[in-house]
Ligand binder design. Structure first.
Ligand code: FES
Length: 172
């Protein structure tokens, strides 16, 4: 009499269903999570969009007296990029081959400074709280700002002045 031995499947039906459901759920979850994670970290994956140089005109247009220049920078604010770029201003002076381009944003509370504003000869003046800076952007002690004006990176290419990122100079 031969006994027929029943072969047991190597994986039970219950376990097979568990694996199938788990892998399907994992697949669906990754389809939902991947775009969310990618969206959240997208700006981190962009390379140096803030550090592009912008042409602001012929370098020999500038001299020892600070001159205001307006230009537009292409900057992404998170995921928003303003059409036509963002308006920016710099106070530029050139002494020999040295070029200094200062941000007009006051280091006290962010108002806009003006060269010789309010009748303050040889100084940048901030009208909001009477802040003063010397010609090289150094804050005058005894006035509200506690740091020098920020500086733009500069370079000259083919006789054109290019302005780059704004760099703080620390407290003084
Ligand atoms: S914001 Fe310029 S002095 Fe206050």
């Amino acid at each position: 009499m031969s006994e027929k031995k029943e072969q047991k499947p190597s994986i039970s039906r219950r376990r097979f269903l568990t694996y199938s459901i788990a892998s399907t759920a994992g697949f669906l979850a990754s389809g939902v999570l991947y775009p969310m994670v990618r969206f959240a970290i997208d700006p981190l994956l962009q390379k140096g969009s803030d550090t592009k140089f912008v042409d602001v005109g012929p370098a020999d247009e500038f001299g020892p007296q600070p001159k205001s220049v307006e230009f537009h920078i292409q900057r992404k604010d998170g995921w928003y990029k303003k059409p036509g770029g963002e308006k920016a201003t710099a106070w530029v002076m050139k002494t020999g081959s040295d070029i200094l381009a200062l941000s007009p944003i006051c280091k006290h509370l962010g108002c806009t400074v003006k060269w010789e504003g309010g009748g303050h000869k040889d100084h940048y003046y901030c009208p909001c709280h009477g802040g003063l800076y010397t010609k090289d952007g150094t804050n005058v002690p005894g006035t509200p700002p506690n740091a020098p004006l920020d500086m733009y990176e500069t370079k000259v290419e083919n006789g054109r002045l290019m302005l780059g990122a704004v760099k703080p100079r620390g407290g003084a």
